[in-house]
Write a protein of this length. Structure first.
Length: 127
């Protein structure tokens, strides 16, 4: 059985205990996010659905060529992983260790991007 996050119930329960998960359309609009992601970023689900990923980034980065290329590479099928600075609803910095993964349908056609993330803000601040 699928959950609101698009996973089977057993998949969702295993992932949601350890990571924050958010799903995007291929060009950046948000499909859904799990409770861990929403808590880390300070949003309610209704506030983010259909908004662009850029709501979690600094304005300068969101309007940069680097950001445009980030989404282009995801659309070209490239996997992306690393540490990222994101901005919570409060305006606070949230550092995450994340992987952005393009997901394919049964026919092999990409249809969304799923980000799995762990919050590493305290680790980054102590470094």
């Amino acid at each position: 059985m699928k959950t609101s996050q698009g996973f089977t119930r057993s998949e969702g329960s295993r992932v949601s205990k350890s990571q924050a998960v958010i799903e995007f359309e291929l060009d950046g609009p948000i499909i859904t996010g799990d409770d861990n992601f929403l808590a880390a970023m300070g949003f309610e689900l209704e506030e983010i659905v259909e908004k662009q990923h850029r709501i979690f980034t600094e304005r300068e980065y969101a309007s940069s060529e680097e950001y445009r290329k980030f989404w282009q590479r995801l659309n070209d099928g490239e996997f992306n992983a690393g540490q990222c600075k994101r901005i919570a609803k409060s305006g606070d910095e949230v550092w995450i260790e994340a992987s952005y993964n393009r997901i394919f349908d049964y026919g092999g056609k990409p249809y969304k991007v799923v980000k799995f993330a762990s919050v590493v803000t305290e680790t980054v601040r102590m470094a």
